[in-house]
Design a protein around this ligand. Sequence first.
Ligand SMILES: NC(=O)c1ccc[n+]([C@@H]2O[C@H](COP(=O)([O-])OP(=O)(O)OC[C@H]3O[C@@H](n4cnc5c(N)ncnc54)[C@H](OP(=O)(O)O)[C@@H]3O)[C@@H](O)[C@H]2O)c1
Length: 235
Amino acid sequence: MTTTLITGANKGLGFETARRLVAAGHTVYVGSRDAGRGRRAAEKLGARMVLIDVTDDASVAAAAKTIEADGGLDVLVNNAGIEGRTQEGAVIGAADLTAGMMRTIFETNVFGIVRVTHAFLPLLRRSAAPVIVNLSSGLGSMARVTAEGTPTYAYPGVAYPASKVAVNMLTVQYAKAFPGMRINAVEPGYTATDLNGNTGTQTVEEGAEIIVRMARVSPDGPTGGYFDAAGTLPW
Ligand SMILES: NC(=O)c1ccc[n+]([C@@H]2O[C@H](COP(=O)([O-])OP(=O)(O)OC[C@H]3O[C@@H](n4cnc5c(N)ncnc54)[C@H](OP(=O)(O)O)[C@@H]3O)[C@@H](O)[C@H]2O)c1
């Protein structure tokens, strides 16, 4: 059984993924940027809690030190993410997007993954079967975003899809650099969580399916891929 860290696991897809991995007998760290929210989630799940804000170098370094001291890590699920909406809850379209908004979204969704992956690489390298799962989105598929007549084409946001394209590229390049690890990007599907004001059409149980599958991928499983529950996605 493996030891897994899921960033942003105090709610939503991360929480459900943690629940399923705990149920399967894995040791799971619920990563949370808020101690109270994280503790409550971990208690509900029978999981461990680690404080981790993916935008903060010191917080990420401290989390890596704690998990290293506790025995190390096999599976990293880079799940923490934000969509970035206006105060009224609207998606930020091209006309309103500023560099500052773009930076905020990339700080969590992209630089967060780089920061956490870099900090945990020494631990993962010591694992017999290291795995990284990066939370992408169908909105990170250039093929889908340009497929006229689809809901993905109609999505007006700019920063969030751009951040997930970057997540896909990180996945491919990390996978090539670390052939001994299984590193994949996943699209959970449009899932009702706080990220989208609970407008998603899937349940978290459905959304977590591919995350759990890729977190449990075997050493001879795929790497450098982009998957949803139905199979491979076009880049
Ligand atoms: N829901 C969908 O339809 C959908 C579709 C495709 C991809 N995804 C991706 O799935 C992942 C999970 O999203 P979700 O839908 O489960 O959203 P969610 O319910 O809003 O959960 C997001 C989690 O990320 C955490 N987080 C945000 N910023 C963080 C930071 N700086 N440091 C640490 N944790 C942070 C949040 O913590 P707080 O509680 O402290 O805010 C929360 O635990 C995201 O990467 C998202 O892009 C979601």
